[in-house]
Design a protein around this ligand. Structure first.
Ligand SMILES: Nc1ncnc2c1ncn2[C@@H]1O[C@H](COP(=O)(O)OP(=O)(O)OP(=O)(O)O)[C@@H](O)[C@H]1O
Ligand SMILES: [Zn+2]
Length: 591
């Protein structure tokens, strides 16, 4: 925008200067050079005065003065610059016109012309400017998204992340046959949030969904909606949805949704109104369509916890799919994908590379193989060999921040493995009917370890004994840490567990009348206000927790061989599924 108007401004100024020069030249001519004045010497001039031939003289502050003879002929002559020239002329009956006065008339005229010209110019420019601005505004409020239909990315291009993939695959049919679901009155999924660490293939999933369903893919980034003029973010959102509706079936992909969907700062002073407006526009647009149009909005974020709850409500982004870091098996699959079309030496062991790349994301694995290929090419080697991969490994890891987990110590993995094995074994022993979907030492966005498991069977009531079991399962992680590494070496890894255990225990004592000492009393009612601290209650809770923790430790110590066995498998494979856990327990049962 700047460039164009600068050019125009220069042009306008140029024209203005030319016009002004022409005008002033005209004025000048009119007053000083009209009708070809003759030049007379000062002597002649004095003579003419004496001969009474002069009608008028214009006195001005310049080297020449101008006059008019009685016959109308104009003349100029040198200005003597004497003090009494005017008096001399007046006594000779010559009309004296002081050009000072004339000048001011000229000045007034010039001034008016200049102002007029400037005003005109400003008007023209502003008109052009506002036209330009509104054009720019239009352009900016229509986000430039990339759309593609025949994208070549399919689910085959994504390795690992099987659960997330399955979840997304289910949506393909929704997109293809929205009428089918509508007929059964099924509520269409509208919004899906993919969350997980960077580079884990969230964008890839969204693209694959669009291309497998054969629909358009509209990609924008949350950051496109911030740092623009007031109201523009909301305008862009509306435009995006308008475009989507025109397209019909499509996948809208909003990367970095956290840029617009952060928790709103309620009641805070000076909260960003602008981002609120953008978020509100998004919420309104999402509520506005039925989903039967066959439009699915996918959003990606690295942080689910910072998103505004309004975004996650039913009818908005009510499906949340975790896309985590790949475990050993997934890393192998991803590496296979990226070695497929490259000349790989037969000596290379994908398994070994996968073992060495703990906590690598898919993007990082891709980068690793790419760097290795570059090293091989540089050497004109006939194959990519271990040596190139090793070199690439250091390149990829070297450019990382220190806190990156890629080079996390083996000992820390072992602590996590023991901790998670503790939860697993406690679950299997105390609540064998609970479903254990998986246990992993790959960190999830929810916590250090990964214990996505322990789903109790559905029931209307919770039994006292089950609640105690749940507390023990939560405490088992810490119990194993203490037993294996000693009391001095327990870690912060149990903080979520302790929170959960406390919640259950306090509810049992305060609300459910499950403690003999406290009795069947609702403590909140007794104390008059919820959340009041009561010394006796705190002591009772503490005592109970201690008892449960000791019992947990006894349970673990008795079954420590099972904990060891699960730990070793976790160290080797990082993730274990339910059947694998069952098998380990079966194989290690002491007869
Ligand atoms: N599971 C995977 N399978 C195959 N390739 C992957 C996988 N995950 C990541 N990649 C590779 O990493 C690249 C980046 O992935 P993508 O952009 O989808 O990650 P993302 O999760 O959207 O990351 P970000 O959060 O940084 O936007 C992909 O183009 C692909 O080459
Ligand atoms: Zn734990």
């Amino acid at each position: 925008m700047k460039k164009i108007s600068k050019k125009k401004l220069m042009l306008a100024i140029g024209m203005f200067v030319v016009i002004l020069s022409i005008i002033s030249f005209g004025i000048y001519r009119q007053y000083f050079y009209s009708e070809n004045p003759i030049e007379v010497s000062y002597g002649e001039f004095l003579e003419k005065i004496e001969e009474n031939q002069i009608n008028k003289v214009f006195l001005m502050d310049s080297p020449k003065i101008k006059g008019e003879l009685k016959d109308g002929q104009e003349f100029i002559t040198d200005h003597p610059r004497t003090d009494n020239l005017k008096e001399m002329l007046l006594t000779a009956d010559v009309i004296v016109v002081e050009v000072g006065e004339q000048h001011s008339v000229v000045q007034v005229i010039t001034f008016i012309i200049v102002i007029g010209a400037l005003a005109g110019m400003a008007f023209i420019l502003s008109k052009q400017g506002s036209k330009q601005a509104s054009k720019e505004y239009d352009k900016m409020s229509s986000v430039e998204f990339s759309t593609q239909k025949e994208s070549t990315i399919t689910f085959a291009n994504i390795a690992g992340n099987e659960e997330a993939k399955e979840n997304v695959m289910e949506l393909v049919d929704f997109l293809k046959n929205p009428q089918k679901y509508q007929r059964y009155g099924a509520r269409m999924p509208k919004g899906v949030i993919l969350y997980g660490p960077p580079g884990t293939g969230k964008t890839l999933m969204a693209k694959a969904l669009a291309s497998e369903a054969g629909v358009d893919f509209l990609a924008v980034s949350g950051s496109d909606f911030v740092q623009v003029y007031a109201g523009l973010g909301a305008g862009r959102i509306r435009n995006l949805f308008k475009n989507a509706r025109e397209k019909g079936k499509c996948v809208i992909f909003i990367d970095e949704i956290d840029a617009i969907g952060k928790k709103r700062d309620r009641g805070g002073l000076g909260g960003s109104d602008e981002s609120d407006r953008t978020l509100n526009a998004l919420l309104t647009e999402m509520s506005g369509f039925k989903g039967s149009e066959g439009i699915i909005i996918m959003a990606a974020t690295n942080r689910l916890d910072i998103l505004d709850e309004a975004l996650l409500r039913p009818g908005r982004f009510d499906r949340q799919i975790e896309v985590g870091l790949p475990d050993l098996k997934a890393r192998q699959d991803i590496l296979k994908l990226y070695t497929q079309n490259r000349p790989i030496a037969t000596t290379i062991s994908i398994e070994r590379i996968a073992q060495q790349t703990v906590y690598f994301s898919g993007a990082k694995l891709e980068n690793l193989m790419n760097e290795a290929a570059i090293y091989a090419a540089r050497e004109n080697a006939s194959f990519i060999s271990e040596k190139h991969v090793d070199k690439a490994f250091y390149t990829v890891v070297a450019g990382e921040e220190k806190k990156d987990r890629s080079n996390i110590k083996e000992s820390e993995r072992r602590i996590t493995a023991y901790h998670e094995a503790g939860h697993t074994i406690a679950t299997k022993l105390l609540c064998p009917e609970n479903k254990v979907t998986k246990v992993t030492i790959i960190p999830s966005t929810k916590g250090a370890g990964g214990f996505s498991m322990n789903i109790p069977p559905d029931s209307m009531y919770h039994k006292k004994k089950d609640m105690f079991h749940s507390i023990k399962i939560a405490l088992a992680g810490r119990a194993v840490e203490e037993i294996i590494f000693g009391e001095e070496n327990i870690t912060t890894g149990a903080s979520n567990d302790i929170q959960k255990a406390t919640e259950i225990l306090v509810a049992m004592i305060k609300q459910f009348g499950m403690n003999d000492e406290v009795g069947m009393i609702n403590y909140d009612i007794l104390l008059g206000q919820p959340g009041g601290v009561d010394q006796r209650l705190a002591e009772i809770c503490n005592k109970e927790m201690k008892r449960l923790y000791e019992e947990t430790k006894v349970l673990i110590e008795k079954n420590i061989h099972l904990v060891h066995a699960v730990t070793e498998e976790l160290m080797a494979r990082e993730t274990l599924k339910e059947e694998e856990i069952n098998k380990i327990i079966e194989n290690n049962k002491v007869a």
